[in-house]
Design a protein around this ligand. Structure first.
Ligand SMILES: [Zn+2]
Length: 288
């Protein structure tokens, strides 16, 4: 009896899943975003940067590309693989609010990017605030997995306890895991560390310093910071004899894997639409 009702329920779920996936290919970009708003698990905030940045939201979606940023290179790769809705974590037009008025009038780089978006009927949506405010934070979740730190988590999702090692070895292991070309470190290379705080992206110096102040944090791992703020704080801490260190990954490698996680999640939100994570890749290099 129990087994019977269970299998009937499974059958119903299967039918629902099949009919849902059959209907997906006709969704517009606006409808895909509505699905995301319902599924993300936190109330959708009216005051947010998570809005359409380019293209016509009523365009039928042929495929979705998630990415750190809709760079021209990412747009080209998305268009080439038939993905016309680009869901990007960071701005598309070089400032936080994607305000085109902040770019010098007639800028040729911007003009070429806008032309490409129009010619290829692309739609760009930013998914930043709500992917972060989700529980767990979607970016932090993706980065924890990419770093291989899942087993080192603590009740505070930003804090980790890793097997004790030196700062030098720890930083080298991160560089290897995330394949970073320009990772930078401040602190004594021989410093013994095990208590790690991870703050991807470009959080405020105040938030970064608050983590560094904690007695249960040896090393803070961040995306980026102003070099005359947190960087100088850590240098002063070292000069004062405090055992503190800072590892700067660069903004892209510090968050990018979180948008890979977003692609995997989106496949469950719009099951009939092809979804692909397109890495924006680290922008920097150093001479040999
Ligand atoms: Zn972020």
């Amino acid at each position: 009896m129990l087994r019977n009702s269970g299998s009937r329920r499974a059958g119903l779920i299967l039918i629902c899943a099949l009919s849902a996936s059959a209907a997906e290919p006709d969704l517009t970009a606006r409808q895909v975003i509505e699905r995301i708003q319902k599924a993300v698990g936190v109330p959708w905030n009216a005051n947010t940067v998570d809005t359409f940045k380019a293209g016509n939201p009523d365009t039928k979606v042929t495929g979705i590309a998630t990415t750190f940023a809709a760079t021209f290179d990412v747009l080209q790769r998305a268009a080439a693989s038939g993905k016309n809705l680009i869901i990007a974590h960071e701005p598309t037009f070089y400032n936080h609010l994607d305000n085109l008025d902040e770019i010098p009038a007639g800028d040729p780089v911007l003009a070429a990017k806008l032309r490409f978006i129009e010619e290829h009927h692309l739609v760009v949506f930013r998914f930043h605030d709500h992917w972060h405010s989700r529980n767990p934070d979607g970016i932090l979740q993706g980065m924890t997995e990419a770093l291989g730190w899942t087993a080192y988590r603590t009740p505070n999702e930003s804090l980790f306890i890793v097997p004790e090692t030196t700062l030098d070895h720890f930083a080298a292991a991160i560089r290897e895991k995330l394949k970073i070309k320009t990772l930078r470190v401040i602190g004594d290379p021989g410093l013994r560390i095990s208590r790690v705080a991870l703050l991807p992206g470009a959080d405020s110096s105040r938030s970064q310093i608050e983590l560094l102040e904690r007695r249960d944090v040896d090393v803070l791992v961040i995306g980026e910071t102003r070099e005359w703020e947190t960087v100088e704080y850590v240098r002063d801490a070292g000069t004062e004899g405090r055992k503190k260190a800072l590892i700067i990954l660069g903004h892209v490698p510090s968050e990018e894997s979180g948008m890979d996680t977003c692609a995997q999640w989106l496949k469950t939100v719009v099951p009939g639409i092809p979804v692909e994570f397109i890495p924006a890749r680290e922008p920097f290099w150093t001479p040999r």
